[in-house]
Design a binder for this molecule. Structure first.
Ligand code: FE2
Ligand code: FE2
Length: 339
């Protein structure tokens, strides 16, 4: 029988004995460092292949695995659209199915999600993340399961029109010129046209066409201000959130503080829907509650209380100091947190 090396994290499927038949570890043990020392003492380094297995994945690891798998399916599917420059209804079904595995994961953490972003393959990741974020917002606003799933699909399709944009503009590292930006602004209409041909539900069509429209009429392509459907308003918040987090101006938590500040500014300026932004910002801040946040003064803080109307100005518990009420002092978390 094949022997394999014993490693930390593996789980024993049988009791493990030494060469002189002393029981060392019981079946079900997950090997840790102390076990490794014991095994070294008895000179046990290997085990029969079918007496050990990798430790089962934690919930977090499972979510990450499904996320990665979905991403690669999405990438394959999008790559074929890119080649053909048309989207068939079969493509659309495949894309929706690729996503369905992840849609069932109710507890996906958006904070965790953000940390997985990388610069390459941005468009696939962005589409997937916007779908997950939009769906999460739908869930926190108590929308129906159908609407939540619709939001997920609106997210994965919303930027499909970018496949019609010249890659030199799409992937340009620096700022776009005015002329290039005008071309970029065509992607909602391109996406709408693509999806319309593929016979996609109306909500997804409108999400694709209107996700850059703003409530004050400053958006594009049609500068509409009224008649933006509620699901599209949610999509716009999810899209803005992911776009800000992916810019990587700040790392880790700070990019979330930055995104929350930006979303709130846009909501107060009547560009994004305040009834979507405020609950979402509350959710993000609540999710950060147990994290240690480094401050500019060198101290560490934890969020103690989030004011529902001012989620970016919580009360902080600062080590060795009195609690710091940001709402009272008029500062936001972004202003006091360090990179
Ligand atoms: Fe877009
Ligand atoms: Fe987008």
């Amino acid at each position: 029988m094949d022997q394999v090396k014993i490693e930390i994290g593996q789980e024993l499927l049988d009791d493990l004995y030494s060469s002189s038949n002393i029981l060392l570890l019981r079946k079900g043990t997950v090997i840790n460092e102390i076990h490794m020392r014991l095994l070294a003492k008895y000179n046990v380094k290997t085990i029969k292949r079918d007496s050990i297995r990798q430790k089962p994945l934690s919930e977090e690891e499972k979510v990450k695995k499904v996320y990665q798998e979905t991403l690669s399916k999405l990438k394959e599917q999008y790559a074929s659209i890119y080649k053909k420059e048309v989207l068939t209804s079969e493509d659309a079904t495949c894309i929706k199915e690729a996503f369905s595995g992840l849609v069932t994961k109710d507890n996906i953490s958006l904070i965790q999600l953000k940390e997985q972003l990388s610069q390459d393959e941005y468009l696939y990741q962005h589409s997937l993340n916007v779908g997950l974020v939009a769906r999460k917002i739908g869930q926190m606003l108590y929308l129906s399961k159908n609407e939540q799933n619709m939001l997920a699909q609106m997210g994965i399709f919303h930027d499909v029109g970018k496949f019609k944009i010249d890659p030199a503009i799409l992937n340009k590292p620096g700022r776009l010129t005015d002329e290039e930006f005008e071309i970029m602004k065509r992607h909602p209409q391109y996406g709408y046209n693509l999806l319309k041909e593929a016979g996609i539900p109306q909500e997804i069509l409108l999400g694709t066409l209107m996700h850059h429209e703003r409530l004050d009429g400053t958006g594009y392509p049609n500068k509409v201000s009224s008649h933006i459907p509620f699901l599209v308003r949610i999509l716009s918040v999810a899209d803005t959130f992911d776009a800000i987090c992916s810019r990587r101006v700040y790392k880790d938590n700070r990019s979330i503080f930055f995104a929350v500040d930006e979303l709130i500014k846009d909501a107060r300026g009547n560009r994004l829907d305040i009834d979507v932004v405020i609950p979402f910002a509350n959710y993000l801040m609540e999710a950060l509650k147990k994290r240690k946040i480094p401050l500019r003064n060198g101290k560490t803080a934890e969020i103690r209380h989030v004011f529902p109307d001012r989620p970016n100005q919580p009360i902080l518990e600062v080590e060795g100091y009195l609690p710091l009420n940001l709402k009272e002092s008029g500062l936001t978390l972004l202003q006091v947190a360090s990179v």
